[in-house]
Each structure stands twice: as C-alpha cells, then as structure tokens.
Design a protein around this ligand. Structure first.
Ligand SMILES: [Mn+2]
Length: 327
C-alpha cells in the first residue's frame, strides 16, 4: 500500500501554471531540488517554470536544465508557487506572485505555507524529500538527469557525507540514485574541482582573518568586500570557506561573516560540530538553519558584528554545556 503524500496530491491536481523557486544565495540542495522537480513535472505534462533571485553558481552550471532557470521577480501571476529548501517563501528574497504557496523543505521550524507542505527536518537534504515525492508519484519517471540533480543536493548538503545529518536514508538514497545512472565521481569533480585561481587567492586573504577565541573553542573568518574586488572572486566562491575554521581541532563553533554590497550588512554562516546547536545562535539574530549549520544577517561595522557574535556564542556555549568560560 503506497503512502499518500499531500504534496504529491496537490501537484498532481494542479492544472495551471506552476512556479518553482528556491532561496537566494542558492546552494546545491536548493538548485538540485528545483531542477529535479522541474524535469519530473515537465515529463508529467505540467506547465512549470522555475526562478530564483541570484545567478546559478558556477559549480552547479553542469546540471541539466540549469539554463532554464529564470530570474525573480517574474511579473506574472502563477496558480501555484513551490518554495524548495527554504524556511518560507520569504527566503526567495524577491516577490513571488501566486494564488497558492507550497513548501518542500528540511529546515527546522519556519513558515507554514500551506496544508500540503512537506517539511522533514530529519531528511539530510531537501532532495531526499523531493526523492520521496517523485518515488511515490512515479518511480519510472526518475531518469539519470533527475537523479544527478537529486544526488548533487545530497552530496553538498551533507558536506560530502560528513555532517551529522547523514543517516541510513542518505546512503540508501545515494545507492538508489547511483542505480538510476548517477556518476558520483563526476558530480564530485564538477562541484568541487573546478575552482578558478581567483577563488584560491580569495581563500588566501580570508584565511588571514582567522581569529580564535575562548581557548580555541571558537574560530571565525571574515570576507571583506575589498577581498572580492582585489582577487576578482565572487561572493558565491566563499561557499565552504567556513569549514576551514570548523576543521581546527578543539573548535566547537565556527563562523564566517561575509560583507554584502552595501558594506554594512554581513551574511553570517555558523557551523557546529555536534556539541553546540548553532541554529539557536542564528535564531537570536533572526536567522535559522540546522543544528550544525545555520545562518543569519547582521548589520553594523565589522568589529561590532564580530564581537556581538563572539559574545552571543560564548553565552550559548555556557548555556548549552553548563561549563563556565573564564577567558
Ligand atoms: Mn538544504
């Protein structure tokens, strides 16, 4: 007996125009989920388009149908808009015009967009959730291209199967997708081994900002706008840089703060290593995410923002561990 998934029934029922969207600063999971669902819905004869606010990062430009992603906002009223891999439609960071919204995601909490939302915070990636939807609908329809998009989201959101969201289903899904024709080695080299020299020059500048606090329990990095200008790298190239701070032995919380174009807004990515829940820290600044990976935006000058974060993290480490930090 097949399990009935409300999101599947809702999509099946839709006769009008569907718009698929993902969050701004899109990652492999957001783009992979959107592309996989797009291709599947097309095969099912649905009238579907997809859009996002920002450009596709270079590392994902090999994915099928990536050239069909449009730019938000689209001045058109859709029948149904589906937000993928985001805590709510607001994360599109641009107006979306549709009679009805639907959220497919794996973030904790967030906005209830409709009764048919499919949100599972235990899923390693949103592509795992999309995979369940497609399997329940029509497994035969999952081709190599769809599987490659789904696998890309799984690979990137688990940090190459390293983060603590990796579970049995993640490996089973990877196996399943491989049986559908995915070439894991090719996907990994397309995503991780096509850096431009400018990215490595940028990394060099960013690593120079490394600061350790609280006897090495916290590490932070800064990306100033000037670094991007002098190296010719892009903001999207900073993806994964925070992991260098996180990789240091003894570090429990790491963060990177990236200066936005207005020079006063900082996009912050927080990383934990299982002990401290960084989602709680991000939430204090109006952000969100997962236990080991979360983010937020803070306004202010560099030192003020950095110190505010360091102080908040200190309080949170003390609260969550019951240990007193005296330095
Ligand atoms: Mn995700």
């Amino acid at each position: 007996m097949e399990k009935v998934i409300p999101a599947v029934e809702r999509l099946k029922r839709e006769e009008g125009e569907i718009l698929l969207v993902t969050h701004h600063n899109p990652d492999g999971d957001g783009i992979g989920s959107m592309l996989a669902l797009y291709r599947f819905l097309k095969k099912k004869g649905k009238n579907v388009r997809m859009a996002m606010k920002d450009d596709t990062p270079h590392i994902y430009d090999f994915l099928p149908d990536v050239d069909k992603i449009e730019k938000l906002p689209i001045n058109h009223q859709f029948s149904l808009a589906v937000i993928l891999d985001a805590a709510g439609m607001y994360r599109a960071d641009a107006p979306v015009y549709a009679k009805e919204h639907l959220r497919i995601d794996h973030h904790i909490g967030g906005v209830f967009e409709s009764i048919n939302d499919y949100v599972d915070p235990y899923a390693a990636s949103t592509t795992v959730v999309v995979g369940r939807i497609l399997k329940a609908w029509d497994e035969e329809c999952i081709d190599k291209e769809i599987a490659t998009c789904l696998y890309t989201g799984l690979l990137t959101d688990t940090g190459s199967f390293k983060h603590n969201n990796v579970n049995e289903e993640a490996f089973e899904f990877a196996k399943y997708l491989t049986s559908k024709g995915v070439d894991p080695s090719r996907v990994a080299s397309m995503v991780f081994e096509r850096n431009r020299p400018a990215v490595i020059h940028l990394l060099n500048r960013v690593l120079g900002t490394l600061q350790m606090d609280y006897e090495g329990r916290m590490a932070s990095l800064v990306v100033r706008r000037e670094f991007l200008q002098s190296t010719g790298a892009l903001e999207e190239d900073t993806e994964g840089f925070v992991n260098f701070a996180r990789s240091i032995e003894g570090v429990e919380v790491a963060f990177i703060m990236i200066q936005k174009e207005d020079l006063k807004t900082w996009r912050v990515s927080l990383r934990g290593k299982g002990r401290i829940n960084v989602q709680i820290i991000a939430k204090k600044f109006g952000g969100g995410g997962h236990r080991d990976a979360a983010g937020c935006r803070i306004e202010g000058d560099e030192d003020t923002v950095r110190n505010k974060l360091i102080q908040t993290i200190k309080e949170e480490i003390q609260k969550q561990t019951g240990e007193k930090i005296t330095v």
